[in-house]
Write a protein that binds this ligand. Structure first.
Ligand SMILES: *Cc1c(COP(=O)(O)O)cnc(C)c1O
Length: 393
């Protein structure tokens, strides 16, 4: 059969009539116990617990539908979902690392992942070394005999560096090292992480896949060689998402393409406007032509979303109230990927250990929602005017 276009996949992936009685969307199965017909059936259930409804902790048809949808769009062999992005990312590391192993982690990862490495993994006897996110093939010089995994987030949280994943994969190709990529930013709609070199892909589905700021959800997709390890870790940890959240994940997934394209269009308008603003030193967004990551982004990605950062050229974090407190459309809050615009001043310096952060002024992360970009620009214009006055005082 012909390879399906991604817009077709977003619409049809994970749909299985035998699980839904014909309904378009899967029913929300609230279940722990599942009853068997007889003892022989129970024994058969134990043997096939991955593929039939067996016990709530092993998933339900609602969760399978979500897993299958993400797996098909990502082009993987297996997918398992978790109650949050961090739960998924942690499980991906636990699935391949053991005591005595060495882990390489990008210096730009989402901050809680540093804590997982520096606290939990350390306690388990796993040593983590951070690497410069744009290291590419240079990662060869950091490999040790006991290096077992490379954890990448591309683009990086806050600072938006893009990793040359194909180059990193080429370096580890014949070695027993798993490349894990947190693909939350682009989603499988805009970046085919497995095709570009990852063995395991992690998503905070909480962001664009759920897409409406109303559920926590994570998912891991594995290639053929890592499918068994993924099934094992998911079964052992028992961190299954609630069925309502898996349902919301699938509901959001169906409109991923149209939403992302609009987020991208709006974000480009706002980012280009900001780049010319006198208070803005830089806009960190790989879709902009001046970005040092633009060429890699064009090579490996099919689009950008609504999330980027700006670096201001004056003032400091203490002045931020003037910018953010009275904005009409930009909410002040964590996370992103919903339909609404958000703003978050955040200093990356405490969360980096290899590449010091030496920006001129404060960094402000923006999530550009589905509002009219003209309204968003007007909102930011008045916010930046207030900021200029506060800094001048
Ligand atoms: C938000 C985020 C996570 C964590 O996801 P949660 O669902 O909030 O646990 C992981 N990675 C990236 C890149 C994120 O942005």
């Amino acid at each position: 059969m012909a390879k399906k276009h991604k817009d077709t996949l977003v619409t049809v992936a994970g749909r299985d009539k035998s699980r839904t009685f014909g309904a378009i969307n899967p029913p929300v199965f609230h279940a722990s116990t599942v009853l068997f017909d007889n003892y022989a059936d129970l024994r058969e259930g134990v043997r096939n617990s991955e593929t039939r409804f067996f016990y709530g902790r092993k998933g339900s048809p609602t969760i399978w539908a979500f897993n299958d949808a993400v797996k098909e769009l990502e082009g993987g062999a297996e997918a398992k979902s978790f109650p949050s992005g961090i739960a998924a990312a942690t499980a991906s590391l636990l699935s391949v690392l053991s005591a005595g192993d060495h882990l390489l982690m990008a210096d730009c990862v989402y901050e809680p992942m540093r804590l997982i490495a520096n606290r939990l993994l350390k306690k388990l006897g796993i040593e983590t070394e951070f690497f410069e996110p744009r290291i590419g093939a240079g990662i060869a010089s950091m490999l040790r005999d006991n290096t077992r995994a490379i954890f990448i987030e591309s683009p990086g949280s806050l600072t938006m560096e893009i990793a040359d994943v194909p180059a990193i994969r080429a370096v580890v190709e014949s070695r027993n090292i798993t490349v894990i990529n947190d693909n939350t930013w682009a989603t499988p709609y805009f970046h085919k992480a497995l095709e570009k070199g990852a063995h395991l892909v992690v998503h905070a589905a909480t962001k664009y896949i759920v897409g409406h700021s109303d559920a926590m959800l994570g998912v891991i997709v594995a290639d053929e060689a890592h499918a068994r390890g993924l099934r094992r870790i998911a079964a052992q940890l028992g961190q299954v998402p609630g069925p309502d959240d898996a349902y919301l994940g699938l509901r959001g997934f169906r409109t991923l393409g149209v939403r992302l394209k609009q987020h991208q269009e709006n974000a480009l308008k706002v980012a280009e406007w900001l780049l010319k603003h006198r208070l803005v030193d830089d806009v960190l967004y790989p879709a902009l032509a001046h970005s040092p990551d633009h060429a890699l982004w064009q090579r490996d990605f099919e689009g950008a979303n609504g999330l980027f950062s700006m670096v201001l050229n004056c003032g400091d974090y203490g002045d931020m109230g003037a910018l953010v407190d009275e904005l009409e459309y930009f909410g002040l809050g964590f996370s992103w990927g919903g339909f609404e615009s958000l703003i978050l001043p955040q200093d990356p310096s405490p969360h980096r250990s290899v590449v010091p952060w030496t920006a001129k002024g404060p960094l402000v992360r923006l999530h550009i929602g589905l509002e009219d970009p003209g309204d968003l620009i007007a909102d930011l214009r008045t916010g930046l005017e207030r900021y200029a006055k506060a800094v001048a005082k």
